[in-house]
Design a protein around this ligand. Sequence first.
Ligand SMILES: Cc1cc2nc3c(=O)[nH]c(=O)nc-3n(C[C@H](O)[C@H](O)[C@H](O)COP(=O)(O)OP(=O)(O)OC[C@H]3O[C@@H](n4cnc5c(N)ncnc54)[C@H](O)[C@@H]3O)c2cc1C
Length: 359
Amino acid sequence: MEIAPHIAQWDRERTFPRELYATLTQAGLMGILVPEAYGGAGAGYVACALAVEEIARVDAGAAVTLSVHSMICAAIDKLGSEAQRKAWLPKLASGNVLAGFALTESDAGSDAAQIRARAARDGNAYILNGRKQWCTNGRFSGVVMAMFRTGGEGGKGISAFLVDPQTPGVRVERVTEKLGIHTSDTCDLAFDDARVGREALLGNEGEGLAKALATLSGGRIGIAAQATGILEACLDASVQFAKERYAFGKPIAAFEGVSFKIARMATDLEAARLLTHRAAALADAGEPFALEASEAKLFASTAARRHAADAIQIHGGYGYTTEFPVERYYRDAKITEIYEGTSEVQQLIIARSLLGRLD
Ligand SMILES: Cc1cc2nc3c(=O)[nH]c(=O)nc-3n(C[C@H](O)[C@H](O)[C@H](O)COP(=O)(O)OP(=O)(O)OC[C@H]3O[C@@H](n4cnc5c(N)ncnc54)[C@H](O)[C@@H]3O)c2cc1C
């Protein structure tokens, strides 16, 4: 009820519903991956996946806001120092501060080891310079986990920092116009001689890429859950429409060309959900889960994109119009195949876990 009556307008006007996150805080969702000791719910990845999925059923944009925020909460909890946990986790759980992630640059996406933004040591501080592209939650974040080069070429020269975007020298350079997830904020951040204290360094120098990739593994559970939620929305809309729409004297649900699409949609929805929950349960148990998170994201995102197209097809011409929400589901589904590692990158991860690295 907090989202559904507004989503069509928010989507049309590209509104970031900042006040929604106060409501999600009251429901305990903004601190869902923050331990209770720091003011969160400490509810774990399965609970987080359920929350992201349910929100994605109505608004995939709000779902990714929560997912990225939660991913950074988990990163600070698992990879941060006690001082960093105390400094950030209570604020993040309170919902007053949103978190973002800044790895991608204009010339470094999948090949993240090529980033060029630099952090130079200056006594007990670092001076940050460079550009980060497409930061989710960027304009509204109170803390961004951002990766900068502190050493030489390659992944081992990268370090991770927790940066307050209000730091002098940090600014929003460009707001991203995009196909879908219009209620999610995406922007480029510029760092021009931004000075942060040594306490901003997450872990040790040179550990940044490994920390970023570990963070993304957890995030992929969230994106798989987001895709699962979109898929569920497609199914709900398709079932309802197929029963109500008549052609040739029958509800279109009576035609196998329609009902079999719905049958495959329902089956893939169950599979996507189970793969997502398996990865989440492994994460909650403290077991390795990176492979399973990639499998879940690959499957759920492909299924969401494919079945969103089917949902439009079932709706016929109405599906192509903004009178029905399935055109939004179609626009929103596509990004789940791209961010936090494209489908090709997920296949690389899965293949390498079976075959080893052959390059
Ligand atoms: C809306 C949105 C939000 C985002 N949010 C964030 C964020 O919060 N933080 C952040 O850091 N980034 C974010 N990103 C960036 C996103 O993670 C990257 O776009 C993504 O990782 C792909 O990188 P790229 O766009 O540079 O594509 P590229 O890496 O240039 O890839 C282009 C194509 O080549 C393929 N390709 C590349 N390498 C290989 C390979 N080895 N084998 C096979 N195929 C390959 C890719 O799969 C893709 O199809 C966001 C992007 C968008 C659009």
